[in-house]
Design a protein around this ligand. Structure first.
Ligand code: DC
Length: 218
C-alpha cells in the first residue's frame, strides 16, 4: 500500500503543528515540521554570521545536518547532533526565518529532507507549500487560516515572557505571512484541492473534528 501523506499548510500561528501531531497520533503516522527545518537552518546561519542576502550555496549548506525524531508525541530537532528544539522558537529566529526561507538553495535543501522522510512511512507534514509544491499528490490537504489578532492573542498566552508585547507578536505574524505569501518561489497559498478551515472561532478539538470528518469521509 502506498504511504498516506497528509499536508497541513496555512498561515503562521494557526495551530498547524498541534493538528498535525493529533492526526499523527490518531493514525499512528510519522510527523515532520517543515518550518522547523527552515528555523534550524536560520539558526545555523545566524550563529555563523551568514546574512540572508549573501550567496548561500552548497559549500555552506553541506555543513548542516538536520534530523527530526518524532517519538512519544514529542518532536525533537537536531542541528549537527545538537538538540535545538527550543532555540529555534526564539524571537531572533522567528523574525529572520522568512528571509532565509525565500532562498532557492535553502528550499531545495529542505525539500530533499522532506521527500526522503516518506520512504514507506505514512506521514503528516505541516508547512506553507506542502500541498502545492513539496507533495502536490498528497492524499489529504488542509489549509488553516485565522484573524491575525486572534492568532497573536493565542500565541501571547503561550509565551511565558510577558515582556514580549502583544502588538509586537501581531506585527511579527503579519510580516511573516506577508513575506511568505509574496515570495516568488513556493509562496504561502492554498492548494486548489485543499480543504480550508478558518480557525478564528474554533477550539483545537473543533478543528480536529473537521479534519477527521474530512479524512473519514473520503
Ligand atoms: O511553521 P513555522 O512558523 O515554524 O515556519 C517558520 C517559517 O519557515 C515560515 O515563516 C516560513 C518558512 N516556511 C516555509 O517557507 N515553508 C514551509 N513549508 C514551512 C515554513
Amino acid at each position: 500500500m502506498n504511504p498516506v501523506i497528509i499536508a497541513i499548510d496555512g498561515e503562521a500561528s494557526t495551530g498547524k503543528s498541534t493538528q498535525a501531531k493529533k492526526i499523527a497520533e490518531k493514525f499512528d503516522y510519522n510527523y515532520r515540521d517543515s518550518g522547523a527545518y527552515y528555523r534550524a537552518i536560520t539558526l545555523y546561519l545566524i550563529q555563523n554570521n551568514i546574512n540572508s542576502n549573501e550567496n548561500i550555496n552548497h559549500s555552506i549548506l553541506d555543513n548542516i545536518a538536520l534530523e527530526q525524531i518524532y517519538k512519544d508525541k514529542k518532536l525533537t530537532i537536531y542541528l549537527n547532533d545538537i538538540d535545538v528544539s527550543e532555540k529555534i522558537r526564539g524571537f531572533k529566529v522567528s523574525v529572520n526565518v522568512s528571509n532565509y526561507a525565500k532562498i532557492p538553495e535553502i528550499r531545495n535543501f529542505v525539500y530533499k529532507q522532506l521527500r526522503k522522510s516518506v520512504k514507506s512511512n505514512s506521514l503528516v507534514i505541516d508547512g506553507r507549500d506542502i500541498g502545492t509544491v513539496v507533495f502536490p499528490d498528497a492524499t489529504f490537504k488542509f489549509f488553516l487560516s485565522a484573524d491575525p489578532k486572534i492568532r497573536a492573542e493565542r500565541r501571547h498566552k503561550q509565551i511565558n515572557d510577558k515582556s514580549v508585547k502583544l502588538e509586537s507578536i501581531e506585527e511579527e505574524i503579519k510580516s511573516r505571512d506577508n513575506t511568505d505569501s509574496t515570495r516568488k518561489i513556493a509562496p504561502l497559498k492554498k492548494a486548489d484541492d485543499a480543504y480550508e478551515i478558518d480557525v478564528t472561532l474554533l477550539t483545537i478539538d473543533q478543528v480536529f473534528e473537521k479534519i477527521l470528518h474530512k479524512i473519514n469521509s473520503k
